[in-house]
Design a protein around this ligand. Structure first.
Ligand code: URA
Length: 226
């Protein structure tokens, strides 16, 4: 692979920017200084450094964001702020996209990847990947509502699959669903005559938000996901 392409794929900058970096004589391949963007990099073998920093080439990238409310889940939008704007500089954004969707006012775990196949696996209805949410409610929840939510409720022509409710207190629950229909959690609670006042995704399959602070990002690996 050409050096300029390699540096771009490592997230160092655009093709134009990495060409500038290369001309500054700070890039080495196997400790030999190089100054041409056309130099070749052998992916499995060569050690490429910018000054003393070794660059890691990753074909598949996975990042978890603790999403902040106020951002829509999209890669671009003419009007709204998107979740891409929450990704810090160190994240390699090339071909990166969010896996699934959280509403504008929802917080919590949002996975990003550049791997379409893995995204598809995680989102496929056949795979039943569990998602757990912290749900705060306008009204107190009763046993009858819990039973209905767990058995499946009609959210406008569709009956949801069984879910799991864990009560935190009268107006707060953990809800685990294995589907990802549009506004599903909000619609489920509406169907039992309640209303979501705050929603945060805590878990997506094996991935947990843990103590990742709001608005922060961490890199994860395939073994964290499956
Ligand atoms: N269900 C919702 O209603 N909203 C979300 O953001 C996620 C699940």
């Amino acid at each position: 692979m050409r050096l300029d392409k390699f540096l771009t794929e490592c997230g160092i900058g655009t093709r134009r920017e990495v060409k500038d970096i290369i001309t500054k004589d700070v890039v080495t391949i196997n400790n030999k200084r190089v100054s041409s963007p056309k130099e070749k990099v052998d992916l499995g073998k060569d050690v490429v450094k910018i000054r003393e920093t070794i660059l890691e080439y990753k074909e598949n990238r996975f990042y978890v964001l603790n999403k902040v409310a106020g951002f829509i889940t999209a890669t671009e939008d003419p009007k709204e702020k998107t979740v891409m704007e929450l990704l810090p500089k160190w994240v390699n954004k090339k071909d990166l996209f969010p896996v699934g969707r959280l509403d504008k006012d929802t917080e919590g775990l949002l996975l990003f990847t550049n791997n379409g196949k893995i995204a598809h696996e995680l989102l496929s209805p056949k795979k039943h990947v569990n998602k757990t949410y912290l749900v705060k409610l306008l009204k107190e929840i009763d046993e009858k509502s819990v039973k209905l939510l767990e058995e499946g409720v009609d959210i406008g022509g569709y009956v949801t699959k069984p879910s799991k409710v864990q009560i935190i207190n009268n107006t707060e629950i953990f809800l685990t669903i294995s589907e990802g229909r549009f506004h599903q959690v909000k619609k489920m609670l509406e169907s039992v005559e309640n209303k979501v006042t705050y929603l945060k995704r805590l878990q997506f399959g094996k991935l947990k938000l843990g103590d990742l602070p709001l608005g922060e990002v961490k890199e994860v690996t395939l073994t964290d996901i499956f």
